[in-house]
Write a protein that binds this ligand. Sequence first.
Ligand code: NAD
Ligand code: MLT
Length: 529
Amino acid sequence: MSIRVLVADNVSPKGVALLEETEGFDVTFKTGMTPPELAEVIGDYDALIVRSATKVTPDILEHAKKLRAIGRAGTGVDNIDLPAASNAGVVVMNTPGGNSVAAAEHTIALMTALARNVSQANADLRAGQWERKKYVGIEIEGKTLGVIGLGRIGREVARRGRGLRMEVLGYDPFVSGDGMDSLGIDVVTLDELLAKSDFVTIHVPKTDDTKNLINAEAIAKMKKGARVINCARGGLLDEGAVFDALESGQLSGCGLDVFDAEPPTDRRLVEHPAVVATPHLGASTVEAQVRVGVEIAQKIRDYLQSGVILDAVNFPSMDRETHAAMSPVMELGERLGSLLGQICSGGMKRLEVRSYGTFGEYPIKPVAMAASKGLLQPVVHGAVSYVNSIALAQSRGVTIEEGRSNENTDYSGLLRLTLTTDESTTTVAGTVLTGNYPRLVEVDGTPIESSLDGHLLFIRNRDVPGVIGGIGSILGDTGVNIAGLQLGRVTGDEAAISIIAVDSPVPADALSRIEQLPEVLSVTTVSIP
Ligand code: NAD
Ligand code: MLT
């Protein structure tokens, strides 16, 4: 069956073509759908690619029963309900950086247009007027540019400000001053930036904390006659407060690429003579659109084809090399988690995921996500994926703890999972053999080696002669072929563990006959996909 991808916004044809040319992919390119139209069709798709026009709401996700990934051809993901996507197990990927230069250059375009009244003068000239006195501007050189948010775009803007011979002040509570000196950015407090800047430009994500960052109070702290630019997100500027400040002369200009509502419903700002406004064009360059379109198509293809997750906003970020090195350990974690989920009984309370030796060189969080996925998959109704597994576990009252240990083991890399339920605590450990084969090597401290796939019988038995013979003849009677047999015993202990790999599921009546053998303490069927 083909993998179905819906491209719902205007993504570069080169990105769409990349997916269309990928074998096994079936791509639908349909833009401009209303929310009900999207809700009606989304159930047929494995992946959705959007820019900022399509809003991926909890209601859309509710209908997206097959959806595994959402690709955002761009930076901001505020049009996607991330908690709802994560809960639904949908990976959300974007293309951070792919349009940073475009957005930074557009910011500079708005700043220079504001300084020289370019768009107002252009409009007058088109209307037949020749206004030279009316449009006397200001020079940019020597002015102070205040950059709020020193991430990818903020830094590109700062660099360009320096190139225009401006003084550049920066404010970002999450970035240290180190490294900013070399960019010529003087890192200051927000109040100092507001008080000293001739141009204030915002480059932060829109969150509950940054909403209305530039409000009446912030504007009152600015230099009289300052100019503000928002090329980041609508809602970062309080549009009403900016309008009042333009009217009073506290602000002498405003450059806007983004709005509270897009297209703007309140027209007062876009029609104000001191405003230069564009319809969300920050990323709209040929180069940026090809870059983000192709990049998101590659990420969606790689994830759907081989599980590679790059730049996901709801999954720990990994580069390709780390992903290649980690995926066998994640696979091991998932299989050990699945084994634990099936051999333990009682309400789950706590899962501990610990890496040893070389496995400790990689981030442990993705491994914990994989282990939680394996643990929950056999017991939870509905889709469990890497992105929702920890949240799902926590919603069921399971605490997930992860860490690394320096303790030496017999293996160059070892992963140990301990599950505590209200009935018992069970530990399993595994390693990855050459060729990337996940292998169980220990249960409850007892060395026992087993493959971690297919159908297994997990048996706790008394360490006495004849156990395997009894089980073998019951399986033989029911036509179940034994593919492998592993025994684990601790010297001096009365109990032992046996793991029998079988070629087909063991029928219930055979299982109950095994359970009744006097040497058998417990038997569980395990199936690891
Ligand atoms: P980024 O994540 O690289 O940088 C954002 C920075 O904001 C970070 O350094 C963060 O520490 C900082 N920040 C967060 N909260 C802050 C606060 N309260 N005060 C000051 N700094 C704060 O993001 P980016 O790629 O630089 O994008 C910046 C913005 O531009 C985003 O809102 C993005 O959606 C928007 N954007 C718009 C367009 C467009 O077409 N107009 C194009 C691309 C990106
Ligand atoms: C972004 O966040 O990348 C921008 O808003 C660009 C866009 O989608 O046009």
